[in-house]
Design a protein around this ligand. Structure first.
Ligand code: ADP
Ligand code: NI
Length: 241
């Protein structure tokens, strides 16, 4: 009765166009993710400072798992995870601006638009731990997911290994009972602290469980946290003899 303008036909048409548009967007996102992954993998393949490609790949996998459960935007989660350590402050005079800046430039370079570039840069800016007394809020679910995933890789068995690898690379002592942990109230003090590696557990690693931002992140942190406590108890028992 409505002929060619039948609402059903118009509806079907819109849905088809929407689906096509969605598929194209999806393909575009996949393409951007693949290109960023290739760039990051190449850059981090030869890193040995705890920020090797395997760290990025683990954070990506954990972020994907958390993101799926939490219902986050998976394009942002994947790009944020891939780019979160692109320009570590430790190698850029403790500047926190270099990472977001490079992330933004790379997204534009591989064909992403300004909105995507800014969203990913914002995630990269919100991931880093900045000291026991410094809050690190996020303004998107994707950023919360990436922050949790990165922090999960700093705790548990892998976290312990990374902490001592990092300490060793800086010629730090494993432990010195006379040097007590500090609850840093600003990023500069945290970033320039020279303490022994056991202190790092009290200044960062043991605090992460209660600072998880997502439910799934908290859940995944439990077992890893417990393992660090067991490790530290055993370490001190052996130390004290
Ligand atoms: P992330 O990649 O988790 O953001 P960082 O860039 O702060 O972590 O550090 C990389 C790794 O080195 C992490 O596992 C972190 O806990 C460890 N690390 C950072 N600072 C220290 C330190 N002062 N002593 C021991 N380990 C550290
Ligand atoms: Ni990281």
């Amino acid at each position: 009765m409505f002929g060619i303008f039948s609402p059903a036909i118009i509806f079907a048409q819109t849905t088809k166009n929407e689906t096509e548009r969605w598929n194209m967007l999806e393909e575009h996102s996949q393409n951007i993710i693949a290109r960023i992954k290739a760039i990051v993998e190449e850059k981090f393949k030869s890193e040995g400072s705890g920020h090797d490609w395997f760290h990025i790949a683990r954070v990506m996998r954990t972020a994907e798992a958390i993101g799926e459960v939490e219902g986050a935007d998976m394009t942002l989660v994947r790009l944020g995870a891939l780019l979160h350590d692109i320009a570590d402050h430790k190698f850029h005079n403790h500047s926190l601006e270099e990472g977001p800046k490079q992330a933004r430039a790379l997204i534009l370079e591989v064909g992403g638009d300004e909105i995507l570039a800014n969203e990913v840069a914002a995630i990269v800016a919100q991931v880093s731990y900045k000291g026991a007394g410094v809050a690190t809020p996020t303004d998107s679910l994707a950023a919360a997911v990436v922050q949790d995933a990165d922090r999960l890789d700093a705790i548990g068995a892998i976290g312990i290994a990374r902490a001592f690898a990092y300490g060793g690379s800086k010629n730090r002592l494993l432990y010195d009972p006379a040097v007590k942990p500090q609850m840093h109230s600003n990023f500069k003090d945290y970033a320039t602290d020279q303490g022994h590696t056991i202190n790092h557990f009290h200044e960062k690693l043991l605090l992460l469980k209660d600072r998880m931002l997502t439910g799934e992140g908290s859940r995944l942190a439990e077992e890893r946290h417990m393992f660090m406590e067991i490790f530290l108890n055993q370490f001190l028992e052996e130390w004290e003899g």
